[in-house]
Write a protein that binds this ligand. Structure first.
Ligand code: FUB
Ligand code: ZN
Length: 697
C-alpha cells in the first residue's frame, strides 16, 4: 500500500507508536487493568462470552419471551439465567421477575459485535503489554467460532442458534452484516497484535461467502448493511490482505445504498414482512422519518445525494468512515464531496460543543438543524467515537485543521465522558446539563438516559467501543504523505515512521492536554533525513511559538491550520511547540436557541462544566461576564488530581423571594467565584446538577 501513501496521506498505524507517559498512559493502563476486565465480567455473566458455544435452549415455559416483553424497549436482550439481568429489570420496571435457574441466555443479534469489540480492544492491549490469560481467552473464543463456522464460511451466533435457516432474511434490521464488520475489525486487530492468523482466516472465509451471495451480479442479493459498519471493516481487511475484492465489496455497499427500488422493501416483500412494522419496533419502520423512507438507516437516498445528516447517528458515522475510506482507496472525488456535504451539515448545524452528536434519544438519531437540547441530549458515546473515527479518515483525504479540531473536540469531551474516573462505569447518553429530579420523575426510566454512569447496559455497544478506541489512540494522531508527517493530536508517545527508505524515530514529550508545550525529537537511522513536519495549531489557541534546537523559528509556512517545518533533520534535532492554552469563553450560533445568552468554558481541548458538588444548586442562576476573570488551577485532591478553572461570576441574591413565583424584574446580583472542571469528569461524585452552558450578561 506504499504507493498510495505517496499520493495521499495515510494514518500512521496504531502499532507504530506507543504511548510513553502522561494523560493517555494513565488511561490506557486503566483500560487494560480495569475497563476491559470489567466489560469481560459483564459479558461473561450475561452469556455473551459463551454465546457462540450454542448452549442456549429456549425456555419451555416461554419465559425468555416474557422477559423480552417485560423490558419492552430492548427486544430480545433479557433472558433467564442472569442475576444482573433480573436486577436491571426490576430497577427499570419496579417489579421482580422470576428467573428460571440454570437456563442459558438466549443470544441477541448484536452479541457477536459486543464480543468482537472486546477482542479488538484486548488485542491492542496485548500488543502493548503481554497478557497470556487474555490471549488464552481470545484463542478460546476463536476456537468456538471455528466450530460455529459453517461449511460455506457463514458464522453468526444468533442466526445459528436462535433463528436457524433465516440467514440474510432480515439484513434490514438484524445486524448480521454489522456483526460481520466488528468481527472483521477484531480479527485484523488480533492478527496485527499477535501475528496469529486463525481469526483472520476465519473472517476471510466468511467475507468471501458474503461476497458470493451479495453483489451486483444477477442471482446475488443487491443488499447493503442495515447497520453500517462492514464497509469500514472491509477496508481494514483489504489493507491487511491486499485483496482487492474486499475493497470492491465495500465500494459496492456504499454505492448500492439508497438506490431504488429499496433493498429493504424487496426484502420485506420477499419475507412477507410489513415494511412499516417489520419487527414490531418503532424505528425499524420504513417511514420512521416522514420526509424519507428508510432515512433512519441512511438508505433514503444514494449516499452522494445525502446532504443532510438524518437518522441513527452511529449508523451514519460508520457509513461516513466507509465513504471516506473508499474515497481514499479509489480516489473517488465525488465521495469526498459527499463526505464534505455531510461534514458541513453536522459540524455547522448538528453537533454539540462537546463533539456529541445525535441529539434525539428516540431512534438515537440526528434531530433538525440547531436542535441541540442540553438536558435531554442523547449523544451516544459510540456516535462521538464514530465522529472521531470519521474525522481521522478525512485527514487522509485533505489535510485541514477543521477535521483534526473536531477529532480532538470529540475525543477529549464527548468520547471520554463515556467512562467513569475509576474505569468501571459508562455513559451511553452524554447530557450537557443535569437536574437529577428530571430523571427521578420519569415514568419510563431508561438506564441509558440516567445522569449516572452504569455498570452494565442491555445494549452494550458503548463500553467496548470506548475500550478499543482508547487502546488504539495513537492510530488517530498522525498521517503521513510521502516525506511529510502531519501531527494532528499531541500526546506523550514514541515510535517510528519510514521516510524515503529509512526508519526515523519520532518522540513526543508533553503534558498535553493539560499544558500547551510539546517537545518533539527526530532521530534518523542514517546521518540525516529530509522530512517536512506539519504541526497542527488548534483553532482554540490564540497563538503559538515554535523553536528548533532552542532557536525561535519566525517565518514558517502556515496552511490550513498547520505550520510546516521543512528541513533536513539530524539525530537529536528538537522542536518545541508552545500553544497558548489560556481559558476562553465560547458562544453558540444564535440559531441554537437553548444556548442563547450563554457561554461555555474551554481550555485547551477540554470543555468545562460546573457541578453542584463544587458550586451548590441552581447552577442555571449563575451568570458570567464576557470578560469574566478565569484562573487555571490544579486540584490535587479532586478525583485524583485534575485541572480546574476558578471563574469570577455573579449569582442572584435570594432574598425577597419567599411567597412569590413571579415579580417585577430587578434582582440584585452578588459576586462569587465558581469552580469549573473538565466536562468529561462530571458525575464522578454524588449525583447532582451539572451545566456546560452558563448565563452570560
Ligand atoms: O444497534 C447496534 C448499536 O446499539 C448501535 O450502534 C447503537 O446506537 C445501539 O443502538
Ligand atoms: Zn453505543
Amino acid at each position: 500500500m506504499k504507493d498510495v501513501a505517496e499520493k495521499r496521506a495515510e494514518l500512521v498505524c496504531w502499532k507504530n507508536f506507543k504511548i510513553s507517559g502522561g494523560f493517555w498512559e494513565e488511561r490506557q493502563r486503566q483500560n487494560r487493568e480495569v475497563t476491559l476486565p470489567t466489560i469481560y465480567e459483564f459479558f461473561k455473566d450475561t452469556g455473551r462470552m459463551d454465546c457462540m458455544k450454542g448452549l442456549y435452549t429456549p425456555d419451555p415455559t416461554g419465559k425468555d419471551v416474557l422477559l423480552d416483553r417485560a423490558n419492552g424497549k430492548e427486544e430480545g436482550i433479557f433472558l433467564p439465567g442472569g442475576e444482573i439481568i433480573s436486577f436491571q429489570l426490576s430497577q427499570l420496571n419496579g417489579e421482580e421477575l422470576e428467573i428460571t435457574p440454570g437456563l442459558v441466555p438466549r443470544p441477541h443479534p448484536y452479541w457477536d459485535s459486543d464480543v468482537a469489540k472486546w477482542i479488538e480492544g484486548a488485542s491492542y492491549g496485548l500488543f502493548h503489554e503481554a497478557n497470556p490469560e487474555v490471549e488464552a481467552v481470545i484463542d478460546r473464543i476463536i476456537e468456538d467460532y471455528e466450530k460455529l463456522q459453517q461449511e460455506d464460511g457463514y458464522v453468526n451466533t444468533y442466526f445459528t442458534f436462535v433463528e436457524p435457516g433465516k440467514r440474510f432474511t432480515n439484513i434490514h434490521e438484524k445486524h448480521e452484516l454489522y456483526c460481520a464488520g466488528h468481527m472483521t475489525e477484531a480479527a485484523v486487530a488480533y492478527y496485527e497484535a499477535t501475528g496469529k492468523d486463525r481469526y483472520l482466516k476465519l473472517m476471510c472465509r466468511y467475507i468471501d461467502y458474503i461476497d458470493r451471495v451479495i453483489g451486483p451480479e444477477e442471482g446475488k442479493l443487491h443488499a447493503y448493511p442495515g447497520h453500517q459498519e462492514l464497509e469500514l471493516a472491509l477496508i481494514k481487511l483489504y489493507k491487511v490482505t491486499g485483496e482487492k475484492r474486499y475493497l470492491r465489496l465495500a465500494e459496492y455497499f456504499i454505492n448500492e445504498r439508497g438506490k431504488q427500488p429499496y433493498y429493504f422493501d424487496i426484502e420485506c416483500a420477499r419475507e412477507g414482512r410489513n415494511p412499516n412494522r417489520p419487527s414490531g419496533k418503532g424505528f425499524g419502520r420504513r417511514d420512521e422519518i416522514p420526509k424519507w423512507p428508510y432515512a433512519h438507516f441512511q438508505a433514503h437516498l444514494p449516499v452522494r445525494q445525502q446532504k443532510e445528516a438524518v437518522g441513527h447517528a452511529v449508523r451514519l458515522m460508520y457509513q461516513c468512515c466507509g465513504m471516506a475510506d473508499v474515497a481514499a482507496y479509489t480516489e473517488d472525488e465525488s465521495l469526498k464531496k459527499a463526505c464534505d456535504d455531510l461534514w458541513n451539515n453536522i459540524t455547522l448545524e448538528k453537533m454539540y460543543v462537546t463533539g456529541g452528536i445525535g441529539a434525539e434519544s428516540y431512534g438515537e438519531r440526528f434531530s433538525f438543524s440547531y436542535q441541540l437540547p442540553n438536558e435531554q441530549a442523547y449523544n451516544e458515546t459510540c456516535a462521538a467515537i464514530g465522529l472521531a473515527m470519521w474525522a481521522a479518515r478525512m485527514l487522509q483525504l485533505e489535510n485541514h485543521r477543521k477535521y483534526a479540531d473536531i477529532l480532538e473536540r470529540a475525543l477529549y469531551n464527548g468520547v471520554i465522558s463515556g467512562v467513569s474516573r475509576d474505569g468501571k462505569k459508562f455513559f451511553y447518553a452524554n447530557h450537557l446539563e443535569c437536574m437529577p429530579a428530571v430523571y427521578e420523575d420519569r415514568v419510563e426510566r431508561q438506564t441509558r438516559m440516567f445522569p449516572v454512569r452504569q455498570g452494565d447496559f442491555p445494549v452494550s455497544c458503548c463500553p467496548p467501543n470506548l475500550a478499543r478506541f482508547t487502546e488504539s489512540i495513537t492510530g488517530y494522531a498522525m498521517t503521513q504523505k510521502g516525506t511529510t508527517l502531519y501531527l494532528h493530536l499531541y500526546m506523550d508517545m514514541e515510535g517510528t515512521i519510514q521516510v524515503a527508505g529509512q526508519e526515523v524515530g519520532v518522540v513526543l514529550h508533553t503534558a498535553y492536554p493539560y499544558d500547551g508545550k510539546i517537545l518533539l525529537q527526530i532521530t534518523p537511522q542514517e546521518e540525516e533525513v529530509s522530512l517536512t513536519l506539519a504541526l497542527r495549531i488548534p483553532q482554540w489557541s490564540h497563538g503559538y511559538e515554535v523553536k528548533c534546537n532552542g532557536q525561535i523559528l519566525s517565518c514558517q509556512m502556515e496552511q490550513d491550520g498547520y505550520v510546516y517545518l521543512d528541513r533536513s533533520w539530524t539525530s537529536g534535532d528538537q522542536i518545541e511547540l508552545e500553544l497558548d492554552m489560556r481559558p476562553l469563553l465560547l458562544e453558540a450560533n444564535p440559531k441554537v436557541r437553548m444556548d442563547c445568552g450563554k457561554v461555555a468554558v474551554q481550555c485547551g481541548p477540554f470543555i468545562y462544566c460546573l457541578e453542584e458538588e463544587d458550586n451548590g444548586t441552581e447552577l442555571f442562576d449563575i451568570c458570567l461576564d464576557a470578560d469574566s476573570k478565569m484562573e487555571m488551577s490544579f486540584d490535587p485532591q479532586l478525583l485524583g488530581g485534575i485541572p480546574c478553572i476558578l471563574i469570577q461570576a455573579k449569582r442572584r441574591a435570594k432574598e425577597k423571594w419567599q411567597g412569590a413565583l413571579y415579580r417585577e424584574a430587578g434582582s440584585s446580583y452578588e459576586s462569587c467565584t465558581v469552580k469549573a472542571i473538565p466536562y468529561y469528569l462530571w458525575s464522578n461524585r454524588r449525583i447532582g446538577e451539572m451545566a456546560v452552558w452558563l448565563c452570560c450578561r
